[in-house]
Design a protein. Structure first.
Length: 346
């Protein structure tokens, strides 16, 4: 009997399924501004990773939701990846997850119940690793397989991390290598070898729980995670929020082992092209940046790394913590400077 491939049932995969930034902006353009709520500490105003609502002087609720189509064919691993990606937004705010609800849409006429059970089991495995319950959820019959979580966490308002509070002179640190979108495209074409596949799984299921520890370090000023809008898109959100410019050193960017060769051979995602079309006008590329390098910068990541803006003097301490928590490829990739919001890639 032929085994059902989850990726064959989906038009895209992982965070590459996100609407392009330009499309999302046009959809939201006429949305009325949210009414003022004194306890809403973070809303949609800076495209941050989660909403934050103050409960009292010591506690605030962190709320987010994230779901997508399969990025791999193994249902258990799909569940793990989707759950880890959803929890990342809580960690990026400096918060600690406390519970989650499952979001499930499945083509019930195409997938056996056992495969759906494995997807849910993968989500539970990640929730168990994060020490939280999946306490319920909602399911629908859908034409493509969808899974994710609505995640709830807590944070002390005084320890809240935002994507909009970088300072001029800050160093920018990236915690995980780039290339997940390229790997997923190669996987769908049957051109991803086993070593690269295992590398992909290790990264996409690695919890960004270190984010909850970053407020303990002095002079960590801003944090976000890298997902569907890619390194450039999420770094631009940091620039816009803080009204700063960013200089990125392309030679310092950590890449997955096979990403370079695959990118140079022309393997990539449509999402990378859409990303560049959406925000390329805000990015200045050095003359020697090749097209494949640009596509890597726009490559959608799924449960990608954290971007951490900190004072240069704090960078060694941040990197030491990241190394101790298993982020061996974390490194400094750029610096924020005064100037109009935008990115220069050197």
């Amino acid at each position: 009997m032929k085994t059902t491939r989850l990726t064959d049932l989906a038009h895209g995969g992982g965070c590459g399924c996100k609407l392009a930034p330009s499309v999302l902006n046009s959809i939201l353009a006429n949305m009325p501004a949210a009414a003022p709520f004194a306890n809403l500490l973070v809303g949609a105003e800076t495209a941050d990773d989660a909403a934050v609502y103050r409960l009292n002087d010591r506690q605030a609720l962190v709320a987010t939701t994230d779901f997508f189509l399969p990025i791999v064919d193994d249902p258990f691993e799909f569940g793990r990846i989707a759950a880890a990606n959803a929890l990342s937004d809580v960690y990026a705010m400096g918060g600690t997850p406390i519970l989650a609800l499952a979001i499930l849409g499945m083509p019930v006429d195409k997938l056996p119940a056992e495969m759906v059970q494995q997807i849910l089991a993968g989500g539970v495995a990640i929730a168990t690793a994060a020490n939280i319950p999946i306490a319920g959820g909602h399911s629908i019959d859908a034409p493509e397989p969808i899974y994710g979580l609505a995640a709830i966490g807590l944070v002390d308002p005084a320890r809240l991390l935002r994507n909009s509070t970088a300072r001029a002179g800050d160093t920018l640190i990236l915690t995980k290598p780039l290339g997940i979108g390229i790997y997923s495209a190669a996987l769908k074409r049957g051109e991803l070898d086993e070593i690269c596949y295992e590398e992909m799984l290790a990264s996409t299921t690695q919890l960004n729980a270190v984010g909850a520890e970053l407020p303990d370090l002095a002079e960590v000023h801003a944090v976000t995670d890298v997902t569907g809008f890619a390194l450039l898109g999420h770094a631009l959100e940091m620039c816009r929020g803080a009204s700063l410019s960013l200089s990125l050193d392309v030679a310092r960017l950590p890449l997955f082992a096979g990403a370079l060769k695959l990118a140079q051979s022309g393997i990539g995602t449509g999402a990378a092209k859409r990303n560049w079309a959406s925000y390329g006008a805000e990015v200045t590329l050095a003359d020697d940046i090749a097209a494949w390098q640009r596509d890597l910068l726009c490559d959608p990541q799924t449960n990608g790394g954290l971007l951490i803006a900190c004072a240069p003097s704090a960078a060694p301490g941040v990197l030491k913590l990241l190394g101790a928590r298993g982020f061996a490829r974390a490194c400094e990739i750029g610096q924020f400077t005064t100037g109009s919001a935008g990115i220069r890639v050197n």
